[in-house]
Design a protein around this ligand. Structure first.
Ligand SMILES: Nc1nc2c(ncn2[C@@H]2O[C@H](COP(=O)(O)OP(=O)(O)OP(=O)(O)O)[C@@H](O)[C@H]2O)c(=O)[nH]1
Ligand SMILES: [Mg+2]
Length: 261
């Protein structure tokens, strides 16, 4: 079954909620003026990017359920700080990248920043995924597409949020979703996409689900299954694994049937 607000299947609803609970444990870690001064390239991080004013800080605050975790700058584009947040006690980070496309920034500074950004997207080993935010009323501007190309070149998974979806009526927002998906197909870019509203707190679970996959939170569930299997041996173990996969298959089938209804 699909929730009306997203094209991300809602079959992982429990996992998504669990993942969101984990992400709510986010704390500010540090700000880095350049990528050379980033924290060590270990663990897993998810970066949030988008044009200035796309709604990055608002999305991070809504997602983490904290009103002021990421502050929106009064002088957008001026302070090119990369803000790092840590999630729980595991080596998981969320990165708020400075907004791009701000007209008042001098060209030289923009160029310098673009070189750094590309390097970060292509060579940061701990970068597990990119959340690209674009205003639903004018999605995928030139530099958004550039970001998507760099991410694609570096085989980095991307999830797009069409932000401020509350600004459009339901039908219009669904159309924007379809048109943007079409455009991505034309460009040969492979990524997932959803509608999002920080204002109405819509699309949060779906986003958390995607991030949870990148952060490999689902491994927790696998570990639980593994450890319960660990008590069994031989045929007993084989039977248990068979039963477990049969249950998963039938749950999946049920999900698919519900979806086609
Ligand atoms: N209606 C509506 N407005 C939003 C939403 N999200 C953000 N905004 C507004 O859009 C403006 C920019 O939001 P920010 O979250 O500061 O955007 P940002 O991408 O962090 O901007 P920079 O830090 O300058 O790059 C603010 O006035 C927000 O109140 C939303 O879901 N709905
Ligand atoms: Mg911001």
């Amino acid at each position: 079954m699909n929730t009306p607000f997203t094209d991300v299947a809602a079959e992982h609803a429990v996992f998504n909620t669990k993942s969101r609970q984990k992400i709510q444990q986010t704390e500010f870690m540090m700000s880095a003026p350049t990528f050379r001064l980033c924290p060590p390239d270990m663990g897993l991080e998810v970066a949030f990017a988008g044009r200035s004013n796309a709604g990055k800080s608002s999305a991070i605050n809504a997602l983490t359920n904290q009103r002021q975790l990421a502050r929106s700058s009064k002088t957008p584009g001026r302070t090119q700080m990369i803000n790092f947040f840590s999630i729980g006690d595991a080596d998981r980070r969320l990165v708020d990248l400075p907004g791009y496309g701000y007209a008042a920034v001098p060209l030289e500074m923009k160029k310098e920043w673009q070189v750094e950004l590309e390097e970060y997207l292509v060579s940061r080993s701990s970068l597990a995924g990119l959340v690209l935010m674009t205003d639903i009323r004018h999605p995928l501007k030139f530099f958004d597409e550039q970001m998507l190309r760099w991410a694609n070149d570096g085989e980095l998974p991307v999830h797009i949020l069409l932000t401020k979806a509350d600004k459009l009526k339901y039908g219009a927002s669904k159309n924007a979703l379809l048109n943007t998906r079409k455009r991505l197909k034309e460009l040969g870019l492979n990524c997932t996409i959803q509608l999002f509203s920080a204002l109405r707190k819509e699309g949060l679970d779906e986003l958390a689900g995607i991030m949870g996959n990148w952060y490999e939170y689902q491994l927790d569930a696998d570990k639980i299954i593994e450890s319960s299997f660990a008590l069994l041996e031989g045929e007993e173990l084989e039977d248990a694994i068979e039963k477990d996969s049969a249950e998963k298959d039938s749950a999946q089938k049920e999900g698919a049937q519900n979806e086609s209804k």
